[in-house]
Design a protein around this ligand. Sequence first.
Ligand code: ZN
Length: 449
Amino acid sequence: MKIALLALTCAAAGAALAEADRVVVLQGARIIDGTGKAPQENSAIVLQGDRIAAIGPVGKVKVPKGARVVDVQGRTIMPGLINAHGHVGLVAGGKNSADAYTRENVLAALAQYEQYGVTSIMALGLNRDLGFEIRDEQRRGGVPGASLFLAGRGIGVPDAAPPVPVAPDQVYRPQTVEEAIKDVRETASHHPDMLKLWVDDIYGKFPKMKPEVFKAAIDEAHKNKIRVAAHVFYLADAKALIEAGVDALAHSIRDQPVDAELINLMKSKGTYYVPTFTVDESAFIFAEDAALTSDPMLTEAVPGESLQTWKGQEYKNKVANDANTPKIKAALATGMKNLKALQEAGVRIAFGTDSGAQPVRVPGWAEHHELELMVRAGLTPAQALAAATRGSAAMLGLKDRGTLEQGKRADFLVLDGDPLEDIRNTRDLVSIWHGGKEIKPRARAVATK
Ligand SMILES: [Zn+2]
């Protein structure tokens, strides 16, 4: 028995060693390294364990003896997508529910993100403490799927935003400054990767968080060295939050055009902006665009019941007759103009979708669609990709990812087409490499003109 155990231990140690030493070389691709440099043709990337050991032109990069060589000629490699605003464990079986935050659902969401090329995800609020256990276990090597970052529960408003059916242990709703400080201290004890606040009246339906409450929460988070992202809608709230020191706006400003005052504030404070067009568009698009509900990238990502619902006349009527639908469309249009203005002004842009928050915000599919919407808003494909890679990495303070450089994590996508030519080519996934491990895409779709 003793001998058998010893043999097992040795075998396990051997496997771990093999993993760390495993060398893979991908040769011949065009590489968009994410640093902003022009794409490099006929390049090679050498992976050792979970890191990039070398990157450069074929012929100049040494191929280590015994390495597995993968031919990727004619393909394009870009950094893995980093979603700085998503969610896990809020939707189960195509519905929001207060008991969806289970280990099984969180792991399924992480697997789905990864299989669509989203290699890192910030679950921006509404997390049970179970999320921290899963995150910490993942960091010890025990949980597969997209790398999980967590904003814990987040600070909402009593009987108001966020209007999501979650359990009491998924969001704090302080009434007073003292309660807000206590809640931030409690969340800090779990070492969150960010703090989330909700400052919105949800189309006039609810009272907003009082400024003294969000100021206290931001101050207390910063005392604990935690960055803060805020759900916003209104320009005036965005300005008040930035003046109070918020580090990121987690949605578009959608009530009116951004102005010089906001731009100057964001630039002087270095505030990040995460547009999340998916939030607005998902409220109506599946009822209106039949091509989307038959997109193979989408059908592989949602339960059949959801697709049936969205294709049905009842759902189409509900969306058409909803008094908020025209307001949401106007908000989306304003948000798109604002992204273009902020990008041109040189504000720091990051990337998010709010996927996973509702059944219509589809993890994995939404991230590729969001890139397309950013380009429709007037960004170049290179600008949209920069936001979704190094922009998000910078917002989340992740120095080990977001660009493909020696020593960084081997998190990247191999694509059959060039996304700089057509942003929809991010969907044409050949393979996903996450921490040096090859992941098979769940679905891929060729861009059609
Ligand atoms: Zn959200």
